[in-house]
Design a protein around this ligand. Structure first.
Ligand code: SF4
Ligand code: SF4
Length: 221
């Protein structure tokens, strides 16, 4: 999931200072789980904005805010509320925000959140970064632990010389990613493979932005 964090409220107010009426859009997926764009957060935002003298013309939590066509269909019943709003506030990730930029070309759109990383929720409202979207996954070689993400240096054949008592040189609060990989490979009885494998330098051309993908398979004639 995409991990988001609420932006500074004063910054948001500065962005929208010239707009009296707003429409709020949340997202029932990642943003709701992060506590930045679910029903409750939209209601809280509405009350806060109204207390600041703003008018909220409508609000809606999209099923998946980064799904452009699906969101467009879901918003049909909110046509008037959207038209009468001077500005749209999107309480999701940057992708969800850009859905609204695409759908409402003539309206100012602002995000209430910062998008931080792709991660896992390990406990309620605790998030860990797990994948850097490198474009060519090497988890099959590392026992399922991503060194590009879990090692602050992104070292492919670690550990580096700074690892101390199994802990990371850069962040002593976390275990060295390569010690974790070693221990995992040991548990899986894959130590020999671990010792014999040298990971090649990554081909970063796979992650040149902006990336596109057509996943749909064309029908055979
Ligand atoms: S190797 Fe690349 S794709 Fe796989 S988890 Fe790590 S960053 Fe993500
Ligand atoms: S100690 Fe381990 S996790 Fe930390 S930077 Fe070095 S190799 Fe990476």
């Amino acid at each position: 999931m995409i991990i988001t964090r609420k932006r500074d409220f004063q910054e948001l107010m500065e962005n929208i200072k010239n707009y009296k009426s707003l429409f709020l859009l949340g997202c029932s997926e990642c943003a709701a789980l992060c506590g930045t764009g679910g029903e409750q957060q939209l209601q809280e935002m509405k009350e806060t904005l109204e207390a600041q003298g703003k008018k909220v013309t409508g609000m809606f939590v999209a099923k998946t805010g980064c799904q452009v066509l699906g969101t467009k269909v879901e918003l049909k019943p909110f046509k008037e509320a959207l038209e009468s709003a001077a500005c749209i506030l999107v309480m999701s990730c940057g992708a969800g925000t850009q859905t609204m930029v695409e759908l409402y070309e003539d309206k100012p759109v602002y995000s209430t959140n910062d998008s931080l990383f792709l991660g896992n929720m390990t406990r309620l409202q605790f998030f860990d970064e797990r994948c850097s979207l490198c474009g060519k996954c090497i988890l099959d070689k590392t026992g399922g632990i991503c060194p590009i993400t879990a090692c602050p240096k992104g070292i492919l054949n670690g550990p580096c010389g700074g690892c101390k008592d199994g802990m990371c040189e850069v962040n002593p609060d976390i275990k060295c990613a390569w010690i974790r990989i070693y221990e995992r490979m040991k548990k899986l009885d894959r130590l020999q493979e671990f010792c014999e494998t040298t990971l090649e330098a990554k081909d970063w051309s796979e992650s040149v932005k902006p990336r596109t993908l057509v996943a749909r398979e064309e029908k055979k004639k």
